[in-house]
Design a binder for this molecule. Sequence first.
Ligand SMILES: [Fe+2]
Ligand SMILES: [Fe+2]
Length: 241
Amino acid sequence: MITYEDVRNNKEISTLIDGANHVLSAMKYTEHGLRHVGYVSRTAYMILDKLGFDEKTKELAKIAGYVHDIGNMINRKDHGVTSAILIYPILKEMGMPLEDVCQICSAVGNHEEEIGSVVNEIAAAIIIADKSDAHRTRVKRINERGSDDIHDIVNYSIRKNIVLVDGEKKIISVKFYMDNSSSVMDYLKIFLPRMVMSEKAARFLGCEFRLYINNVIINTVKRMSKKQLEQVPRPDEDIDL
Ligand SMILES: [Fe+2]
Ligand SMILES: [Fe+2]
């Protein structure tokens, strides 16, 4: 079986990761190098591990996390699809069974919110991992004069990001801790579609998704029984309008 270690030791793949990071640096994007893909790999593995998935699925998710952004080496637009097309022949040549290559390519090709869908467990895990990686250390451009880019400003204000998985209660929580150099409003302006996709990914894994910013839950839909719903007062009854 081709392992994550085999993929990590493959010079061609690490060159593609460096090339992708170089293109995004030139476009003034946040860091997308070995740190980012390493984080996505580890986090995707952890999510599936806590939910009791088998070793093989976890290993494939780790590999998918490592290669998910290589398409940026060609162009940011549709880079998920390009990543999948680039990695397909490499994994095949390394001797990975074709069914496993397909699983990885489907996940990688669907990890971006613009055109992606949650097509399998590996996709679900890398989507949540990828979208949770927002942090001040990813910002390259902030200097004494600051930055006027909203992505830089929001990322820079995030002091801590955590993904927590409660395998028993089936809850996946993503927590961000922001300082006052940005705002929750700014965060939502740019990251809401990513969190909506993470919600879908958690649901695919049979879990509820909770987004916290500074310990305040942002997204939970309260599930109420019919009886509870009937007891909710109607505005015309109880509220003085
Ligand atoms: Fe990506
Ligand atoms: Fe990514």
